[in-house]
Design a protein. Structure first.
Ligand code: CP
Ligand code: NVA
Length: 301
Protein backbone atom coordinates (compact mmCIF):
# COMPACT_ATOMS: atom_id res chain seq x y z
CA UNK A 1 0.00 0.00 0.00
CA UNK A 2 1.41 3.42 -0.94
CA UNK A 3 2.14 5.92 1.82
CA UNK A 4 1.58 9.69 1.74
CA UNK A 5 3.01 12.40 3.94
CA UNK A 6 0.41 15.15 4.24
CA UNK A 7 0.66 15.81 7.98
CA UNK A 8 3.09 15.03 10.80
CA UNK A 9 0.39 12.71 12.15
CA UNK A 10 0.82 10.44 9.11
CA UNK A 11 3.90 9.07 10.92
CA UNK A 12 3.98 7.37 14.30
CA UNK A 13 6.59 8.47 16.83
CA UNK A 14 8.61 5.36 15.97
CA UNK A 15 8.50 6.17 12.27
CA UNK A 16 9.51 9.77 12.94
CA UNK A 17 12.51 8.53 14.88
CA UNK A 18 13.42 6.23 11.96
CA UNK A 19 13.22 9.23 9.61
CA UNK A 20 15.46 11.31 11.91
CA UNK A 21 18.02 8.48 12.04
CA UNK A 22 17.93 8.10 8.27
CA UNK A 23 18.36 11.87 7.81
CA UNK A 24 21.28 11.85 10.25
CA UNK A 25 22.99 8.97 8.43
CA UNK A 26 22.48 10.57 5.03
CA UNK A 27 23.63 13.99 6.24
CA UNK A 28 26.79 12.44 7.66
CA UNK A 29 27.31 10.34 4.52
CA UNK A 30 27.15 7.09 6.47
CA UNK A 31 24.73 5.86 3.82
CA UNK A 32 23.88 7.14 0.36
CA UNK A 33 20.77 5.23 -0.73
CA UNK A 34 19.34 5.71 -4.22
CA UNK A 35 15.66 4.79 -3.80
CA UNK A 36 14.71 7.13 -6.66
CA UNK A 37 17.01 5.51 -9.25
CA UNK A 38 15.20 5.59 -12.63
CA UNK A 39 12.25 7.37 -10.99
CA UNK A 40 10.66 10.77 -11.62
CA UNK A 41 9.01 13.03 -9.02
CA UNK A 42 6.46 15.70 -10.04
CA UNK A 43 6.92 18.87 -7.99
CA UNK A 44 3.71 20.92 -8.28
CA UNK A 45 4.04 24.46 -6.94
CA UNK A 46 1.11 26.89 -6.79
CA UNK A 47 2.95 29.25 -4.44
CA UNK A 48 6.51 30.61 -4.56
CA UNK A 49 9.31 28.72 -2.83
CA UNK A 50 13.06 28.83 -2.37
CA UNK A 51 13.81 26.22 0.29
CA UNK A 52 11.11 23.66 -0.42
CA UNK A 53 11.51 23.64 -4.18
CA UNK A 54 15.29 23.67 -4.26
CA UNK A 55 15.78 21.22 -1.37
CA UNK A 56 13.30 18.77 -2.89
CA UNK A 57 14.80 19.01 -6.38
CA UNK A 58 18.36 18.64 -5.08
CA UNK A 59 17.28 15.83 -2.73
CA UNK A 60 15.53 13.97 -5.53
CA UNK A 61 18.71 14.19 -7.65
CA UNK A 62 20.84 12.97 -4.73
CA UNK A 63 18.49 9.99 -4.27
CA UNK A 64 19.11 9.06 -7.91
CA UNK A 65 15.89 10.44 -9.40
CA UNK A 66 14.71 13.25 -11.63
CA UNK A 67 12.27 16.04 -10.78
CA UNK A 68 9.69 17.78 -12.89
CA UNK A 69 8.72 21.32 -11.79
CA UNK A 70 5.09 22.03 -12.62
CA UNK A 71 3.36 25.35 -11.92
CA UNK A 72 -0.31 26.30 -11.78
CA UNK A 73 -0.09 27.49 -15.42
CA UNK A 74 0.48 23.94 -16.74
CA UNK A 75 -2.07 21.82 -14.93
CA UNK A 76 -4.52 24.22 -13.22
CA UNK A 77 -5.27 21.46 -10.74
CA UNK A 78 -9.01 21.10 -10.17
CA UNK A 79 -9.86 23.74 -12.79
CA UNK A 80 -8.83 22.42 -16.20
CA UNK A 81 -9.80 18.93 -15.10
CA UNK A 82 -10.82 17.31 -11.84
CA UNK A 83 -8.24 16.50 -9.16
CA UNK A 84 -9.30 12.87 -9.57
CA UNK A 85 -8.43 12.79 -13.29
CA UNK A 86 -5.16 14.70 -12.84
CA UNK A 87 -4.14 12.31 -10.01
CA UNK A 88 -4.88 9.24 -12.13
CA UNK A 89 -2.96 10.57 -15.15
CA UNK A 90 0.05 11.80 -13.15
CA UNK A 91 0.27 8.38 -11.49
CA UNK A 92 0.82 6.81 -14.93
CA UNK A 93 3.87 9.01 -15.55
CA UNK A 94 5.61 9.73 -12.25
CA UNK A 95 6.63 7.79 -9.14
CA UNK A 96 5.90 10.44 -6.49
CA UNK A 97 4.21 13.85 -6.23
CA UNK A 98 5.35 16.77 -4.09
CA UNK A 99 2.76 19.55 -3.93
CA UNK A 100 2.62 23.08 -2.51
CA UNK A 101 -0.76 24.74 -2.83
CA UNK A 102 -3.50 26.63 -0.98
CA UNK A 103 -6.20 24.08 -0.17
CA UNK A 104 -5.30 21.26 2.20
CA UNK A 105 -8.46 19.42 1.14
CA UNK A 106 -7.19 19.59 -2.46
CA UNK A 107 -3.97 17.84 -1.41
CA UNK A 108 -5.94 15.20 0.52
CA UNK A 109 -8.02 14.57 -2.62
CA UNK A 110 -4.90 14.35 -4.77
CA UNK A 111 -3.43 11.77 -2.36
CA UNK A 112 -6.71 9.85 -2.23
CA UNK A 113 -6.86 9.39 -6.00
CA UNK A 114 -3.13 9.15 -6.81
CA UNK A 115 -1.58 5.69 -6.97
CA UNK A 116 1.84 7.10 -6.02
CA UNK A 117 2.99 8.72 -2.75
CA UNK A 118 2.04 12.38 -2.27
CA UNK A 119 4.12 14.73 -0.09
CA UNK A 120 2.74 18.00 1.28
CA UNK A 121 5.20 20.81 0.54
CA UNK A 122 2.91 23.33 2.35
CA UNK A 123 -0.77 24.13 2.34
CA UNK A 124 -2.66 26.97 4.04
CA UNK A 125 -3.28 24.52 6.91
CA UNK A 126 -0.01 22.61 7.39
CA UNK A 127 3.72 22.60 6.63
CA UNK A 128 4.79 19.15 7.86
CA UNK A 129 8.16 18.87 6.07
CA UNK A 130 9.18 22.13 7.72
CA UNK A 131 8.43 20.94 11.24
CA UNK A 132 10.02 17.51 10.58
CA UNK A 133 13.20 19.41 9.65
CA UNK A 134 12.82 21.65 12.70
CA UNK A 135 12.48 18.68 15.05
CA UNK A 136 15.58 17.15 13.47
CA UNK A 137 17.47 20.44 13.97
CA UNK A 138 16.39 20.61 17.62
CA UNK A 139 17.53 17.02 18.19
CA UNK A 140 20.90 17.93 16.64
CA UNK A 141 21.31 21.08 18.73
CA UNK A 142 19.77 19.97 22.02
CA UNK A 143 20.25 16.20 21.94
CA UNK A 144 16.50 15.50 21.99
CA UNK A 145 13.08 17.08 22.01
CA UNK A 146 11.46 15.56 25.10
CA UNK A 147 10.77 17.96 27.99
CA UNK A 148 11.94 21.08 26.17
CA UNK A 149 9.99 24.34 26.26
CA UNK A 150 9.26 25.37 22.69
CA UNK A 151 7.85 28.87 22.26
CA UNK A 152 6.12 29.68 19.02
CA UNK A 153 5.55 33.43 18.69
CA UNK A 154 3.35 35.17 16.14
CA UNK A 155 0.75 34.05 13.65
CA UNK A 156 -1.14 30.80 14.36
CA UNK A 157 -0.52 29.58 10.82
CA UNK A 158 0.38 26.38 8.93
CA UNK A 159 3.74 26.09 10.72
CA UNK A 160 2.15 26.60 14.14
CA UNK A 161 -0.52 23.99 13.29
CA UNK A 162 2.21 21.50 12.36
CA UNK A 163 3.90 22.18 15.70
CA UNK A 164 0.62 21.29 17.40
CA UNK A 165 0.58 18.04 15.43
CA UNK A 166 4.18 17.36 16.49
CA UNK A 167 3.11 17.77 20.12
CA UNK A 168 0.98 14.64 19.71
CA UNK A 169 4.05 12.56 18.83
CA UNK A 170 6.70 13.82 21.32
CA UNK A 171 6.31 15.12 24.83
CA UNK A 172 7.38 18.74 25.29
CA UNK A 173 5.85 22.04 26.34
CA UNK A 174 4.49 24.05 23.43
CA UNK A 175 3.81 27.68 24.27
CA UNK A 176 2.00 29.61 21.61
CA UNK A 177 2.18 33.37 22.02
CA UNK A 178 -0.26 35.05 19.67
CA UNK A 179 -3.25 37.42 19.52
CA UNK A 180 -6.85 36.27 19.99
CA UNK A 181 -7.69 36.63 16.28
CA UNK A 182 -4.52 34.89 15.04
CA UNK A 183 -4.86 31.69 17.02
CA UNK A 184 -4.04 28.36 15.34
CA UNK A 185 -6.64 26.05 13.81
CA UNK A 186 -9.23 25.20 16.47
CA UNK A 187 -9.62 21.53 15.52
CA UNK A 188 -5.87 20.88 15.45
CA UNK A 189 -5.43 22.76 18.73
CA UNK A 190 -8.21 20.80 20.43
CA UNK A 191 -6.85 17.51 19.13
CA UNK A 192 -3.40 18.31 20.59
CA UNK A 193 -5.03 19.15 23.93
CA UNK A 194 -7.11 15.93 23.81
CA UNK A 195 -4.07 13.73 23.05
CA UNK A 196 -2.44 15.39 26.07
CA UNK A 197 1.08 14.09 25.44
CA UNK A 198 2.63 17.56 25.57
CA UNK A 199 1.69 20.54 27.70
CA UNK A 200 0.05 23.12 25.42
CA UNK A 201 -0.13 26.74 26.54
CA UNK A 202 -1.84 29.46 24.52
CA UNK A 203 -1.14 32.96 25.77
CA UNK A 204 -1.57 36.56 24.61
CA UNK A 205 1.39 37.61 26.79
CA UNK A 206 4.74 37.52 24.90
CA UNK A 207 6.86 37.35 28.07
CA UNK A 208 4.88 34.43 29.44
CA UNK A 209 5.19 32.71 26.07
CA UNK A 210 8.97 32.96 25.98
CA UNK A 211 9.85 32.56 29.67
CA UNK A 212 12.64 29.96 30.16
CA UNK A 213 12.18 28.68 26.60
CA UNK A 214 14.71 26.27 25.09
CA UNK A 215 13.52 27.07 21.57
CA UNK A 216 12.16 30.42 20.39
CA UNK A 217 10.44 30.04 17.05
CA UNK A 218 8.76 32.55 14.78
CA UNK A 219 7.42 32.85 11.25
CA UNK A 220 6.13 35.68 9.04
CA UNK A 221 3.03 37.40 10.37
CA UNK A 222 1.23 37.25 7.02
CA UNK A 223 1.61 33.99 5.10
CA UNK A 224 1.51 33.48 1.35
CA UNK A 225 -2.00 34.16 0.10
CA UNK A 226 -2.66 36.58 3.01
CA UNK A 227 -0.39 39.45 2.06
CA UNK A 228 -3.47 41.74 1.95
CA UNK A 229 -3.60 41.32 5.74
CA UNK A 230 -0.02 42.53 6.34
CA UNK A 231 -0.91 45.82 8.07
CA UNK A 232 -3.67 44.27 10.17
CA UNK A 233 -1.42 41.42 11.35
CA UNK A 234 1.48 43.77 12.06
CA UNK A 235 -0.73 45.73 14.46
CA UNK A 236 -1.96 42.57 16.18
CA UNK A 237 1.40 40.84 16.51
CA UNK A 238 3.98 43.61 16.96
CA UNK A 239 4.49 42.75 20.66
CA UNK A 240 5.52 39.21 19.67
CA UNK A 241 8.54 40.41 17.66
CA UNK A 242 11.55 38.24 18.51
CA UNK A 243 14.03 40.91 19.60
CA UNK A 244 16.86 41.07 22.12
CA UNK A 245 14.60 42.23 24.97
CA UNK A 246 12.06 39.45 24.51
CA UNK A 247 14.83 36.87 24.07
CA UNK A 248 16.27 37.87 27.46
CA UNK A 249 13.32 36.05 29.11
CA UNK A 250 14.25 32.74 27.42
CA UNK A 251 17.04 30.41 28.58
CA UNK A 252 20.51 31.81 27.88
CA UNK A 253 21.35 28.84 25.64
CA UNK A 254 18.04 28.82 23.79
CA UNK A 255 18.03 28.33 20.04
CA UNK A 256 16.22 30.81 17.81
CA UNK A 257 14.43 29.35 14.81
CA UNK A 258 12.56 30.75 11.81
CA UNK A 259 11.32 28.67 8.90
CA UNK A 260 12.14 31.52 6.45
CA UNK A 261 11.54 33.57 4.40
CA UNK A 262 11.81 36.22 7.14
CA UNK A 263 10.63 39.80 7.11
CA UNK A 264 13.61 41.19 9.00
CA UNK A 265 12.62 44.03 11.31
CA UNK A 266 9.04 42.75 11.58
CA UNK A 267 8.63 39.36 13.34
CA UNK A 268 12.39 39.15 14.08
CA UNK A 269 15.18 41.70 14.36
CA UNK A 270 18.49 41.49 12.46
CA UNK A 271 20.30 41.39 15.79
CA UNK A 272 18.55 38.17 16.84
CA UNK A 273 18.45 36.57 13.42
CA UNK A 274 22.21 37.01 13.00
CA UNK A 275 22.98 36.60 16.72
CA UNK A 276 24.65 33.77 18.63
CA UNK A 277 21.43 31.91 19.50
CA UNK A 278 20.22 31.71 15.90
CA UNK A 279 20.32 28.30 14.18
CA UNK A 280 18.18 29.53 11.31
CA UNK A 281 20.50 28.64 8.43
CA UNK A 282 21.32 25.17 9.84
CA UNK A 283 17.55 24.76 10.09
CA UNK A 284 17.18 25.68 6.40
CA UNK A 285 19.92 23.19 5.42
CA UNK A 286 18.18 20.41 7.29
CA UNK A 287 15.14 20.65 5.01
CA UNK A 288 17.28 18.86 2.41
CA UNK A 289 18.33 16.00 4.69
CA UNK A 290 14.94 15.41 6.28
CA UNK A 291 13.04 15.46 2.99
CA UNK A 292 15.43 12.91 1.49
CA UNK A 293 14.73 10.71 4.51
CA UNK A 294 10.95 11.27 4.21
CA UNK A 295 11.01 10.30 0.51
CA UNK A 296 13.17 7.25 1.22
CA UNK A 297 10.79 6.21 4.02
CA UNK A 298 7.73 6.54 1.76
CA UNK A 299 9.49 4.37 -0.80
CA UNK A 300 10.09 1.69 1.81
CA UNK A 301 13.72 2.36 2.84
N1 CP B 1 10.47 27.48 4.72
C1 CP B 1 10.01 27.28 3.47
O1 CP B 1 9.17 26.42 3.21
O2 CP B 1 10.56 28.13 2.55
P1 CP B 1 10.09 28.31 1.05
O3 CP B 1 8.74 29.00 1.10
O4 CP B 1 11.12 29.16 0.40
O5 CP B 1 9.95 26.96 0.42
N1 NVA C 1 3.62 30.48 7.05
C1 NVA C 1 4.43 30.75 5.89
C2 NVA C 1 5.48 29.71 5.76
C3 NVA C 1 6.42 29.92 4.62
C4 NVA C 1 7.42 28.83 4.50
C5 NVA C 1 3.56 30.80 4.66
O1 NVA C 1 2.65 29.95 4.52
O2 NVA C 1 3.77 31.69 3.83
Amino acid sequence: MKRDFLAITDFSTEEMNQVFKLAFDMKNKKIEPKPLEDKVVACIFHKPSLRTRVSFEVGIAQLGGRSLYITEKEIELGKRESIHDAAKVLSRYVDMIVIRTFSHKGVEDLAKYADVPVVNGLTDLLHPCQVMGDLFSIIEKKGGIENLIISYLGDGNNVCNSWLNASTRFSFELRIGTASVTEPDKKIFENAKRVDLSKIVLTYDPEEAVKDADVVYTDVWASMGQKNLVLQKEKLLKDFQVNKKLLSFAKKDCVVMHCLPAERGKEITDEVMDGPNSVIFDQAENRLHIQKAIMAKLLGS
